[in-house]
Design a protein around this ligand. Structure first.
Ligand code: DOR
Ligand code: ZN
Length: 356
């Protein structure tokens, strides 16, 4: 590996955190995700949410219908394997978890504190009421995926992740010492340090936007709604630590784009939605971030090995080649009902692209 590396072949990556949405949105999001990723962990925050195995099975079938209806190459279609998650509510039962563990299609369970983010109104209002469910997850070795932010109105938005670590996660790991946990889309050095201090059953995903940007990009010189996501971008010192740990080769940190489509007019609005869309360009984005600190050689572990290892799955057998040939991120994609979707870094040029 040298500075002058211009081509990189890695095992086919997986995306361990993605929002594909539902119905007609899938016509756009599914081929985008499947063009780069084999396995994707599909977030369950639909309206209504994916709450049990029956919901998960039906959602997976809708995803597969849109895959088959797309013009994606046959070999990409065959490789795509969406893995489902259940949305934890105050009414999730131990039986729901047991059925999920036996289903073969549910990879994990997602906890949104109620009100934390998009479509989280049905989320958990009292974590202390989830004891039986957490015990069942631990018993069945089913990972708990966390949107790690507290939601009390008086807590500053920039402090919500750290407060979650101190006040919620610290308690969970004491009560459930072998429960597998993923802190999703971490945004702070506090979260990186927290994960580093735990055993190998506790890991984190990191998005491209949190590696490449900080709150100045969001707020200086005018509000940039396409950088608005949750947890919100933090100060540059946090961005640097995230880039450090992502490129360190430590298997606790792996790829999860949190690609979260919202139609352009819903983001460019007086009360804009949270989420950055990156499904189609995620690999060039991550490659650009890793290369910016001279660590492109660490991309394969992060993108294609560590997530599978954490979930106890084999790594993929096929490969994908990235090439240091500039690509322009599209200004937008057609989305459903005549709307459009504006991707992260729309219209900008990235130094890396996917080799055809
Ligand atoms: O920015 C975000 N968008 N963060 C989340 O946690 C949810 C996501 C979405 O579903 O739009
Ligand atoms: Zn998400």
């Amino acid at each position: 590996m040298t500075d002058s590396m211009t081509e990189l072949t890695i095992l086919q990556p997986d995306d361990w955190h993605i929002h594909l949405r539902d119905d007609s949105a899938l016509a756009t999001t599914v081929p985008h995700a499947a063009s780069s990723f084999n396995r994707v962990i599909c977030m369950p925050n639909l309206v209504p949410p994916v709450k049990n195995v029956d919901d998960a099975r039906a959602y997976r079938a809708r995803i597969m219908e849109h895959l088959q209806a797309s013009d994606l190459a046959a070999e990409r279609q065959a490789a795509f394997d969406p893995r489902m998650t259940l949305y934890l509510t105050d009414r999730t039962t131990v039986q729901d978890i047991e059925m999920a563990a036996q289903s073969g299609i549910v990879q994990a369970v997602k906890l949104y504190p109620a009100g934390a983010t998009t479509n989280s109104a049905d989320g958990v209002t009292d974590i202390n009421a989830c004891v039986d469910v957490f015990e069942a997850l631990e018993r069945h070795n089913l990972p708990l995926l966390l949107h790690g932010e507290v939601t009390q109105n008086h807590v500053d938005i920039f402090d919500r992740e750290k407060r979650f670590l101190d006040e919620v996660l610290a308690q969970i790991i004491i009560k459930f010492p072998t429960l597998k946990i993923v802190m999703e889309h971490i945004t702070t050095s506090d979260a990186a340090d927290f994960v580093l201090a735990q055993g190998n059953h506790i890991a984190a995903t990191i998005t491209p936007q949190h590696l490449m940007f900080n709150r100045n990009h969001l707020l200086v010189g005018g509000i940039k709604p396409h950088f608005y996501c949750l947890p919100i971008l933090k100060r540059e010192s946090h961005q640097k630590v995230l880039l450090d740990v992502a490129t360190s080769g430590n298997p606790k940190f792996f790829l999860g784009t949190d690609s979260a489509p919202h139609a352009t007019d819903k983001k460019e609005a007086a009360c804009g939605c949270a989420g950055c869309y990156s499904a189609a360009t995620a690999l060039p984005l991550y490659a650009t971030a890793f290369d910016s600190v001279g660590k492109i050689d660490k991309l394969e572990g992060f993108a294609s090995r560590f997530g599978a290892q954490f979930y106890g799955l084999p790594v993929n057998e096929s490969t994908i080649t990235l090439i240091k040939t500039p690509m322009q991120v599209p200004a937008g994609y057609p989305y459903f009902d005549g709307s459009s979707l504006t991707p992260l870094m729309a219209g900008e040029t990235l130094p890396w692209s996917i080799k055809a």
